[in-house]
Design a protein around this ligand. Structure first.
Ligand code: KG4
Ligand code: ZN
Length: 340
């Protein structure tokens, strides 16, 4: 009988320290330690993030192995996030993974975090879920990334469009900050939007060529709009919170959907895979559901814990690379800017 492959995966690219264990493509454990410290500062503070990674990494890895009920001696290879991300944060995971692989004398596998978001659809767990068929269009939407990718095969990906300024999660969080919400404010905009009128206020759409995105103009127009309104009525935000949130969300969702529809028409692909923390947004989920009915799309949404930053998505890439014998050398270094 074929011996199973056990992959230990480590993710530390931003503000979550995460570890996961796979038995072949089956996820055995998935542990994430989120860093609360950044909330006080209204955004991720890189120096604090790397220090918190140093504190979390060992307990998180121990817990992942314990939950998977395996010993470190059983691990076949270590997969880790090489980039993109915050350099100080990446260094913690990279150094840890390198030393552990060296100590255990097993292969080391570098993983591109963005490929992780795209290939998270292929994580197998106890739930039987249909996986996307190739080729599919992947829309990665998070606090750090906004990309439309044509996925021809596991490691044959083409970026069709990406943001030229802010990521979509940043657009949510920065808008939320203007409304006085705590960080990260995206989920709060989503919450208040439910009971608001999405057409109450109109914000101009950015004109960006091709399949690229821009969100910084939207943030500026929201800023000016609120400044005008508050100068006339100081309670404007409080009195119109739901309508403002619904209108902001509607603008962001239509920017995303316009480009995704354009990409689908240009490529003829109707198989769509969504990833990243913003895929929790109810506005985008409803718009995608509508597109399934109206346009015949087939939309794949992984479980939420595989959408936000996690090590399971790093582990599945590690497993697929293991099958290809695609291993890394000990001299490998972290890479803050790293394209797919
Ligand atoms: O993937 P993620 O956990 O971390 C990054 O790689 O950035 O994404 C976090 C982002 C934050 O910007 C957060 O505000 C946003 O996802 N987010 C949401 C929602 N849930 C999370 N934005 C809008 N609506 C939501 N329901
Ligand atoms: Zn991410």
């Amino acid at each position: 009988m074929k011996q199973p492959i056990y992959i230990l995966a480590i993710e530390s690219s931003c503000d979550d320290t995460a570890a996961a264990v796979f038995k072949d493509n089956l996820l055995l454990s998935n542990v994430v330690a989120s860093q609360k410290i950044h909330q006080e500062y209204g955004g991720v503070v890189p120096e604090l993030a790397s220090r918190a990674h140093q504190q979390h990494i060992l307990p998180v890895v121990h817990q992942a192995l314990a939950k998977a009920n395996i010993d470190k001696k059983d691990v076949s290879a270590i997969a880790f996030t090489r980039g993109p991300g915050l350099m100080g944060s990446l260094l913690v995971g990279t150094s840890f993974a390198k030393s552990l692989a060296l100590g255990l004398n097993i292969p080391l596998i570098e993983v591109n975090h963005l490929q992780g978001h795209v290939l998270a659809h292929f994580i197998k767990d106890d739930m039987d879920k249909q996986m996307p068929e190739f080729p599919f269009l992947a829309l990665t939407i998070s606090g750090g990334h906004t990309q439309i990718i044509k996925v021809n095969n596991y490691f044959d990906m083409e970026v069709l469009g990406e943001t030229i300024d802010d990521a979509v999660g940043e657009a949510f969080d920065k808008s939320a900050k203007l409304l006085g919400f705590p960080y990260p404010g995206g989920p709060l905009i989503d919450k208040y939007a439910q009971s608001g009128n999405p057409k109450a206020f109109l914000f101009p759409k950015p004109k960006v060529k091709g399949l690229d995105f821009s969100f910084s103009g939207l943030k500026t127009s929201i800023l000016y709009f609120l400044r005008d309104q508050v100068s006339k009525n100081e309670n404007f935000i409080e009195e119109n919170k739901e309508d403002i949130c619904a209108s902001i969300q509607h603008s962001i969702v239509s920017i995303l959907m316009d480009k995704l529809k354009k990409a689908s028409i240009e490529t003829g692909i109707k198989e769509i895979g969504i990833g990243g923390g913003v895929s929790a947004n109810k506005g985008i989920r409803n718009a995608l559901k509508q597109a399934e009915t109206d346009l015949g799309w087939k939309v794949h949404l992984p479980k939420f814990e595989y959408c936000t930053d996690n090590a399971a998505m790093i582990g599945i890439v590690g497993y697929l690379k293991y099958l290809d014998g695609d291993f890394s050398e000990q001299k490998i270094t972290a890479k803050a800017r790293y394209h797919i």
